[in-house]
Every structure is written in structure tokens, then in C-alpha cells.
Design a protein around this ligand. Sequence first.
Ligand SMILES: Nc1ncnc2c1ncn2[C@@H]1O[C@H](COP(=O)(O)OP(=O)(O)OP(=O)(O)O)[C@@H](O)[C@H]1O
Ligand SMILES: [Mg+2]
Length: 214
Amino acid sequence: MDLITISDPRSPVSEAYRTLRTNLSFYSLDNPLRSLVVTSPAPNEGKSTTIANLAVTIAQSGRRTILVDCDLRRPSLHELFGLKAEPGFTDLVLADEMALPLQPTGVDNLWLLASGAKPPNPADLLGAKKVDQIIARLQEEADMVLFDAPPVMAVTDAAVLGAKVDGVLLVIQAGKTKRDHAERAKETLEKAKVRIVGVTLTNAPKDKAMSGYY
Ligand SMILES: Nc1ncnc2c1ncn2[C@@H]1O[C@H](COP(=O)(O)OP(=O)(O)OP(=O)(O)O)[C@@H](O)[C@H]1O
Ligand SMILES: [Mg+2]
């Protein structure tokens, strides 16, 4: 497992993930976020890495956390934790009565709900009424439920799922994400009535003045 929040929790990068955790917890004090979709404008901008490290830091703060792989097209969270892709989310949507196939991650308070069997129609599946029930069931088991999703500009999955949860966090990668892609992603999500709770910039150049300060 090469998640930095596990392998090097004292590094500045891990500290940055804790800052992200803190900022999210301050987002709405009266009505704390309990379910969050993480997405980005285009592929390969660091969604899965960001959500996995964020989930680890939330779990490390003692909150029961479930990470759900809803990137049904390119699932990868199971690989990050060395776990199985199936059974998982899609199996729950299709089966009538099924126990939640949560896999322990090895991190206290953190479980993975993997993607499950590959469906032919991910966006339709994510839009199903049944998904609302699954989100409610996950919410009973955890303080925070985090959903990985495909990129906004490629397919509608993230917007469809985003409308069912408390908020969406947009991942932007310095030097990679194009400005107009970020704007288009924001517009697409807003049109779908999704609440964008923030944007995180990954791969930002190091600020030499601050490193080593603490
Ligand atoms: N902050 C970062 N700085 C540099 N490289 C990164 C960063 N975050 C992720 N990467 C690398 O970029 C690649 C893509 O990361 P990741 O799988 O998290 O992106 P993704 O947006 O989930 O991709 P996909 O669209 O395939 O789901 C990986 O090789 C990962 O190690
Ligand atoms: Mg990914």
C-alpha cells in the first residue's frame, strides 16, 4: 500500500490531507457533511489518490468511514488497498437483499465498498432509486461516506451521484487540469443541482518558505 497518509503520516503531504479534512469539517458546522463525491474535470487528475488519503485521515480522526468505489468504469480503490473488486456496490444495487460487502482496509475505522461486477450502463445504475437506499444504509454504518466517481466531462456519472449526496469535492491538478475544463466541470455540476463544497489543488509546487516550519 503506498498511500502517503499511511506510510508517512508526518509528512507535509499528509498534513495537507489533514488540512483538507479540517476544512471539510468546517464547511457546514450546523449540518456536517456526511456523504461526499470526489471527482475531477478529466481523467487522471488524482481523484482516487485524493479520496483514499482523505478517507484515511478522516478514519484516523476516529470517525467511522466508508470509501465507496463508484468509478464503475475504471475502479481502482481496491488496488490501492490491496483488496478485491467484487462483490461491491453494483452487486448491492442489483441484488434484493444483501449484506453490505464491506472490506476492512487495515486502517482502523475505514472500510471499502468496492465497485463490484462491471455493469453495462453505469450512469443508469447510479441514477436508480435503489442507490438512495444504499446511501442511507451506508450512512447508518458510518459517520462519513466517500464516493469515488469518474471525471465530470467524460460521462454523467459524477453529476448523477453528486445530486444524491451532501456535496461534491472537485480535484484539480496543477499544471494539468485545463482552465476551461475546470469551468465546464463546475457548470455541469451546477446544472445537475450538485452542491460543490470545494476544490482541491493537487501536485501544487512546494512552498519552500513554509516547509519545515512546523
Ligand atoms: N498529487 C499528485 N501528485 C503527483 N502525482 C499524482 C498525484 N495524485 C495522483 N498522482 C498520480 O497520478 C496518477 C493518477 O492518479 P489517480 O488514479 O488518483 O487519478 P484519477 O483521477 O483517479 O484517475 P482515473 O481518471 O483513472 O480514475 C497515478 O499514477 C497517481 O500516482
Ligand atoms: Mg480514479
